[in-house]
Design a protein around this ligand. Structure first.
Ligand code: MN
Length: 301
């Protein structure tokens, strides 16, 4: 077994999505901008919204990335400029490939349970695919198998004889491990991948060290396995991938390569250019306003 002494613990921060929905943001941070092509990792909830309240993120654009939503509890309604209107339910993944440009809104549908628990991630598209036509997929059937009493859902990638249908464009892994009764398992890792591990619920220890909620356990390439130990009713998210070597610029909802590309995308959103289409739905909420360009992006070439 490869030594894990080069693993790092990186504290996340609280961020706000939409108008007022708090999330724990684990990626990016000053210390870790990507894990493979995963360039964004938010943990939402578990939380109980008051009646009539919920997640309300109005129409906003994306370029150069895939948004990936893993729904654990509750429901979120996705509306986009391609005309999709999908309520994602627990155990499902939504994958929106922005490519050259798309816009979408995410709102809480009127449901009986106010509970929401989800993880939302972004995947940077490689240069070969970042200008592609936008698309949206809702995956209802992901491979689920059992390992040492853990229920393992294969969100992205291939392992243990299973292949996730989620369509990505660089070598990636996404796993959800749930333990009903508590237990321990030695999780094999691809040593050419770097990995990130997040405790989503319950008490979780990685290689014998408790991993606090809101903290990322980062494992660089070279490791062949990691030990995961949990309390009862615990959930762990594992993401991984080949280190993404393309230099990216992440600004607001855009992933690009140059400051000019960011400035053009920003101007296109302001001008309501056809590139981003329209989220044409009465429940989509208020179109989000793009922030001003920061100094280092202004007039850059
Ligand atoms: Mn979005």
């Amino acid at each position: 077994m490869t030594t894990q002494s080069n693993a790092e613990r990186i504290e996340g921060r609280i961020a706000v999505i939409g108008v007022d929905t708090p999330v724990a943001r684990l990626v990016p941070s000053r210390h870790r901008r990507t894990i493979g092509a995963w360039c964004f990792l938010d943990h939402l909830g578990p939380a109980d919204f008051a009646p009539g309240e919920g997640m309300n993120v109005g129409p906003h654009p994306h370029i150069g990335l895939q948004t990936f939503t893993w729904m654990i509890e509750g429901e979120v309604r996705h509306l986009d400029s391609l005309g999709n209107d999908i309520v994602i339910t627990p155990g499902q993944v939504n994958l929106m490939t922005a490519g050259h440009g798309i816009s979408h809104a995410e709102v809480t549908p009127p449901v009986t349970s106010p509970r929401v628990h989800a993880s939302q991630l972004w995947i940077a598209l490689p240069d070969s695919h970042r200008h592609m036509h936008p698309q949206f997929q809702n995956y209802q059937d992901l491979p689920i198998y059992t390992q040492d009493g853990f229920s393992v859902t294969l969100l992205v990638g291939a392992r243990d004889g299973h292949t996730s249908p989620v369509e990505v464009y660089t070598p990636l892994l996404g796993l959800d491990l749930y333990s009903k009764d508590g237990g321990t398992t030695q999780l094999a890792l691809n040593p050419t991948f770097e990995h990130g591990i997040v405790a989503l619920q319950g008490t979780v220890a990685i290689d014998g060290e408790v991993l606090p909620h809101g903290t990322l356990h980062y494992q660089p390439t070279g490791a062949t396995s990691v030990n995961i130990q949990t309390s009862a009713d615990a959930r762990v998210l594992v993401v991984g991938g080949e280190p993404f070597t393309e230099e990216i610029i992440v600004w607001w909802n855009f992933v690009a390569r140059t400051h000019d590309e960011i400035a053009v995308a920003r101007a296109d959103w302001v001008a309501e250019a056809p590139r981003f289409g329209k989220v044409d739905h009465p429940h989509a909420g208020t179109r989000l306003t793009v922030p001003p360009l920061e100094g280092h992006l202004k007039g850059a070439h």
